[in-house]
Design a binder for this molecule. Structure first.
Ligand SMILES: [Zn+2]
Ligand SMILES: [Zn+2]
Length: 274
């Protein structure tokens, strides 16, 4: 199984019903390896797209969005961070809808072409990563024309009830989104709910809380502190960039277990005690 075959397969099996409502105000659409979320703003019937999957998915994402919100383009795209599996279709979608792309101020340099993420460590990782490696971008993503900074303060004027939480570690400007009243957490790659190092999880997703995708994580101390922040939020519904939704007590148990055993469970062997 190679990446082109996988992509072709996924395109042939494209199913509009793949847009799944996961709560009153959140829908998800799973691209080959990563999730796109659509959150609605009940007060003025607007909505926002959180992350945009890998490249080559913009047409499918457009159909998915149109099915869920007929004739209503989103207000904006918000990126949890700038990795290619989250920002891949951002440019094409922003261009199509003529809407801004929001990211944390510390993530912006990675999205406007001024700097690149550190090279991927080839000694870490495995299944999914080697599988999608042909999709790794050859040059820095440049979204400058559409790019705007977002912080918790500015977010409150944009979307009702959602907070922007800076959860660095996986990348410097990584953010999570949290709906205070309904306790819904969109965690990006601060954690994963499937094993991102396993190619099998694409075919047989098993919901369990894992650390951030190891291959691309830059700062393990910060990544651990960010998990502590997530624990304090006590989410009732956990939506990650990779994997299926997790509900209820399993979230708190999973997050605590990951935090307590972070070195063993999340940090790759060659990065321990660095
Ligand atoms: Zn990432
Ligand atoms: Zn990712």
């Amino acid at each position: 199984m190679d990446i082109d075959e996988l992509l072709r397969n996924d395109e042939e099996n494209f199913d509009h019903a793949k847009v799944k409502k996961v709560s009153d105000h959140v829908a998800m659409y799973r691209t080959l390896v990563s999730n796109v979320y659509m959150i609605s703003n009940p007060s003025n019937e607007s909505w926002f797209m959180i992350d945009t999957g890998i490249a080559r998915y913009h047409e499918r994402i457009l159909v998915a969005a149109e099915r869920h919100f007929p004739n209503l383009p989103p207000e904006a795209i918000i990126l949890t961070h700038g990795h290619f599996d989250h920002a891949g279709s951002a440019k094409a979608l922003a261009k199509h809808w003529d809407i801004p792309i929001y990211a944390h101020p510390q993530e912006i340099p990675f999205l406007d072409g001024s700097t690149s993420y550190p090279p991927v460590d080839p000694t870490v990782g495995g299944g999914m990563i080697s599988l999608i490696s042909p999709l790794f971008p050859k040059k820095a993503i440049r979204l400058t024309k559409w790019l705007r900074p977002i912080t918790d303060e500015t977010a409150s004027t944009l979307i009702d009830g959602w907070r922007i939480i800076h959860t660095p570690g996986h990348t410097p400007g990584h953010i999570s989104l949290f709906h205070e009243e309904e306790r819904i957490l969109i965690a990006g790659d601060a954690i994963a709910t499937e094993n991102p190092e396993s190619a099998l999880s694409i075919v047989f997703p098993i919901s369990k809380i894992h650390g951030p995708p190891a291959f691309f994580t830059e700062d393990w101390d910060k990544a651990k502190q960010s998990i502590q922040q997530l624990i304090q939020l006590r989410p009732k519904l956990l939506l990650a960039g990779h994997g299926l939704p997790i509900e209820g007590d399993a979230i708190q148990e999973g997050l605590e277990h990951l935090y307590q055993n972070f070195d063993e469970l999340a940090i790759p062997n060659n990065k321990k005690n660095e």
